[in-house]
Design a binder for this molecule. Structure first.
Ligand code: PHE
Length: 348
């Protein structure tokens, strides 16, 4: 008689001790099966009630049922505590500090040719020139014909041409533009004087590369057309440009040169900013550095544009950005610019 009651209090002691030790949900489940499951210890006592005399059954039954309720409640409580602890742990482990700075992103920089191009365009924009663009794949007509360089003209040798493998009217007529001058024609086709425009862009030549030649380079074309434009305007504009890029103290000189689309044609030189005219490696010991080609727009081209060639005159120029960047930065080989060696490019 007493033994059943002893058993119940022994079960209670053991159960509560083990429950307190259940440190996770798995051990809690094991505990529940051990005491309250179908084959659990307390369930065993309850089953045994059937064979007991009525008095004993009442007493033992009341004690066992009370313990069952108590253990179930304790189990629920423990489960709630363990679940809460687990949630707290997950929150702790997966905690995200959104105020932490992100991983550092390496800063890019502008390519040295882009930097020089932007400086050159800014100098001309500040003098009232607009910026336009034109196609890199060009017609023979714009690149040569309309610039007074017909198919058999010896001046074609000045530009070794990369032709497109494509025929139109039985002959190849498309090419990679060899200079930006075709845009003189393109701009005149769709505008009326006064015109002040610069046209930057890539040009291509079928040439072997060496320290001063690349098969691709960047040019800036300039064109100004208005009533009464003279050589003085050309000289003043280009001298001002040279000083803005190479220093206010620069001296400039013009020397006769030939381009079929200008008359007269000339090249602009500046006094060497390394040796100041004494003669050094950069200027080839001459004291002077050639910067660009220029000239007064040929009257035939003005007339072909449909303008009154008696009234309108103009000047044009073309300069190579790589050449200016070489000089500005004292780089001795143009091929560095497009070799994609970051050790070189990071210096600018
Ligand atoms: N297009 C010429 C060249 O590539 C440069 C130039 C432009 C000369 C405009 C005169 C006028 O060499």
């Amino acid at each position: 008689m007493t033994s059943e009651i002893d058993t119940i209090s022994a079960i209670q002691q053991a159960a509560l001790r083990e429950l307190a030790a259940a440190s996770d949900l798995d051990s809690l489940d094991a505990w529940r099966i051990a005491y309250l499951g179908r084959r659990g210890r307390l369930t065993g006592v309850l089953r045994g009630l059937a064979g007991m005399p009525i008095e004993e059954r009442r007493r033992v039954g009341a004690g066992a049922n009370a313990l069952k309720e108590r253990l179930e409640a304790a189990c629920d409580e423990r489960r709630a505590a363990l679940e809460e602890a687990r949630v707290t742990q997950v929150i702790q482990e997966e905690r995200l500090d959104v105020t932490l700075p992100g991983p550092p992103l390496p800063h890019g920089r502008l390519h040295p040719i882009t930097q020089t191009l932007r400086d050159v365009l800014r100098a001309f924009r500040d003098m009232g020139f607009q910026v336009a663009e034109g196609p890199e794949i060009e017609w023979d007509y714009y690149n040569f014909e309309a610039l007074r360089i017909p198919a058999d003209h010896p001046a074609r040798d000045m530009w070794d041409t990369l032709w497109m493998d494509f025929e139109h009217d039985g002959r190849r007529q498309m090419l990679l533009r060899t200079h930006t001058s075709p845009n003189q024609i393109r701009v005149m086709e769709h505008s009326q004087p006064p015109i002040r425009v610069v046209v930057p862009g890539k040009c291509y030549r079928f040439e072997a590369t060496d320290p001063t030649h690349e098969w691709m380079m960047t040019q800036v074309e300039g064109l100004a057309i208005d009533a009464g434009i003279s050589m003085a305007d050309l000289k003043g504009t280009l001298a001002e440009f040279a000083r803005r890029i190479f220093g206010q103290e620069r001296r400039v000189a013009f020397r006769c040169d030939y381009f079929p689309f200008v008359e007269p044609g000339m090249e602009l030189r500046i006094d060497c900013f390394i040796c100041r005219g004494e003669g050094c490696r950069t200027c080839g010991r001459s004291g002077w550095i050639e910067i660009l080609g220029a000239g007064m727009v040929h009257p035939e081209i003005i007339a072909n544009a449909g303008y009154d060639a008696e009234k309108y005159t103009g000047f044009a120029f073309g300069l190579g950005i790589e050449r200016i960047a070489l000089l500005r930065h004292g780089v001795d080989d143009i091929r560095y610019f497009y070799a994609n060696d970051l050790r070189f490019l990071r210096q600018f």
